[in-house]
Design a protein around this ligand. Structure first.
Ligand code: FAD
Length: 474
């Protein structure tokens, strides 16, 4: 039996059910199809990372004796052609969870003339399986987490022992590969690199994850997000490897309380990803940015002023923690989770710009862009999502910086180098530093570093007033 395995964003051999079962059932014809939308215009950073992932995967298949067929056409048109050309008897693929792709998967399933097998591979649990007593999706994360963690999470499938690849003569197309600064920050090592990162994280960082995960100046999180977004690593594998690491450590030494708490904190973050996808499955329209909570439809957003928005994008707001985050994003395609919350909050609450604008900018810049996580992240910050941070809780960007960038603003000094010689006392709010201190550090506010584009207290009151107006009108 000849089986086409249609790869999408599941570039891995371990815990890849479509590949695993195809290898068991017959000869495998590996296919990847560039969606026409992703080959138009300038690539976003996550598309560049996607190309790197595709290239690595293509190499891995080559090394194991196969050839990945790459096509650039609408999958609905090209798949039937490929099936016919290759004389394939079946089509296997792992399911997508993004609304448009879900529809495409269904179309392919309904219209393919050979038998089709579909598998769940991208999440810990299938959307639609974690429901409350009324059979409805959870809106509160803690309940979702409790329910999910009481389920047995499926064990990851191993790498197929042997794969018989179809020996095709077709010259596969090289993926478009852009060498940009992003490539220098993210090693294109494919699945191997992702597994390596997980191992190093479990061995060296997991124990202190709970203590340090909120500090952007420390290398305390896994940085697995771009790999997860491209399916270079399976969340089920991460789940079980983390549990195993915990058991192993428990046997070796007196299992410290912090170790256990850290493992739980890490797994909880992974479950936020499932939470986001489960929401997207039930409310697919949220990708177009309507607020999940309808009262926010009347929110009096300020029309986007290009100049102000550009200052936020470029990291020139005059608030060092916000600027550090935006510059880290622009330079590396990544931003630490705590700082994503602070910068997003600043845009939505201090500048009163609709979160959709920020969401779109993150979509362009993030190397780990993920439709579900980005949508949920922004609605969480804006207070419009489920189990979101309430709108009236307004982050003070100076206090946040003092709290999360201790002891001396290491993260700010790295990303806002013009402030790097300022004493710690003023690194979080340089505009308030006395003249002589600024002189000593050779910083002139308004020249070397901007004055705050909006005053915190004013912005806070304006945001609260807008919120009250919305409630009154809603
Ligand atoms: P770790 O702390 O090591 O966590 C492990 C994994 O858990 C992550 O790789 C990620 O897959 C998942 N995870 C962690 N935190 C979250 C979270 N808050 N929500 C959902 N999943 C989470 N994450 C993305 O993957 N893509 C996005 O486009 C994205 N956009 C965001 C936008 C905003 C405004 C905010 C506030 C958060 C966003 N996040 C997004 C979530 C989070 O910031 C990143 O997943 C995390 O910073 C990735 O770093 P890490 O892999 O080192 O995380």
């Amino acid at each position: 039996k000849k089986i086409i395995v249609w790869f999408k964003r599941d570039f891995r051999f371990i815990d890849n059910p479509a590949l695993y079962y195809a290898a068991q059932d017959g000869v495998v014809i590996p296919v990847y199809i560039h969606f026409p939308t992703s080959i138009k215009g300038k690539l976003t950073n996550s598309e560049i990372f996607h190309d790197q992932a595709l290239l690595s995967f293509q190499k891995t298949i080559n090394q194991s004796g196969g050839r990945l067929l790459i096509r650039e056409e609408d999958p609905a048109t090209i798949l039937p052609k490929l099936i016919q050309e290759a004389g394939a008897n079946a089509l296997y693929f792992n399911l997508s969870y993004e609304p448009e792709q879900v529809q495409l998967d269904q179309y392919i399933y309904d219209n393919t003339l050979v038998p089709v097998q579909r598998f769940h591979a991208g999440l810990l649990t299938e959307p639609g399986t974690i429901l409350n007593k009324q059979g409805k999706p959870y809106k509160v994360f803690t309940s979702f987490w409790k329910s999910l963690s009481s389920f047995p999470i499926q064990k990851p499938l191993p790498q197929p022992k042997e794969i018989t690849w179809e020996q095709s003569e077709v010259n596969e197309k090289e993926p478009i590969f852009e060498n940009t600064t992003i490539s220098s920050h993210w090693k294109a090592g494919g699945e191997k690199e992702a597994l390596n990162k997980l191992q190093l994280f479990l061995e060296n960082q997991l124990e202190d994850y709970k203590t340090y995960r909120d500090y952007p100046g420390m290398d305390a999180t896994s940085r697995l997000s771009p790999h997860l977004a491209q399916g270079e690593i399976s969340p089920r594998l991460i789940w079980h490897e983390t549990q195993e690491q915990l058991e192993l450590t428990g046997m070796e030494k007196e299992l410290s309380h912090t170790y256990e708490e850290s493992a739980e904190a890490f797994l909880k973050q992974l479950v936020w990803r499932d939470f986001a996808y489960h929401q997207l499955a039930v409310f697919p329209h949220i990708v177009n940015q309507p607020p999940l909570q309808p009262s926010y439809r009347n929110f009096p957003w300020i029309a986007k002023e290009q100049e102000i928005f550009a200052k936020w994008k470029d990291g020139l707001t005059g608030y060092p923690i916000v600027d550090a985050g935006m510059r880290e994003l622009n330079e590396t395609g990544y931003m630490h989770n705590r700082v994503r919350m602070i910068t997003a909050s600043f845009l939505v609450k201090h500048l009163l710009i609709h979160w959709g604008e920020g969401q779109a900018w993150f979509e362009k810049q993030l190397v780990d862009h993920d439709l579900a996580n980005n949508t949920m992240g922004w609605q969480w910050v804006a207070g419009t999502g489920f189990d979101a941070s309430p709108f009236f809780r307004i982050f003070n960007p100076i206090k946040q910086a003092e709290k999360f960038d201790p002891p001396d603003g290491i993260y700010i000094r790295k990303w806002v180098p013009e402030l790097k010689t300022l004493p710690t006392k003023y690194i979080y709010h340089p505009a308030e530093a006395p003249k002589d201190i600024l002189n000593q550090a050779s910083v002139t506010i308004g020249q070397d570093y901007p004055a705050p584009i909006v005053e915190h207290r004013f912005a806070r009151e304006r945001a609260l007033e807008a919120f009250q107006n919305m409630k009154r009108e809603g």
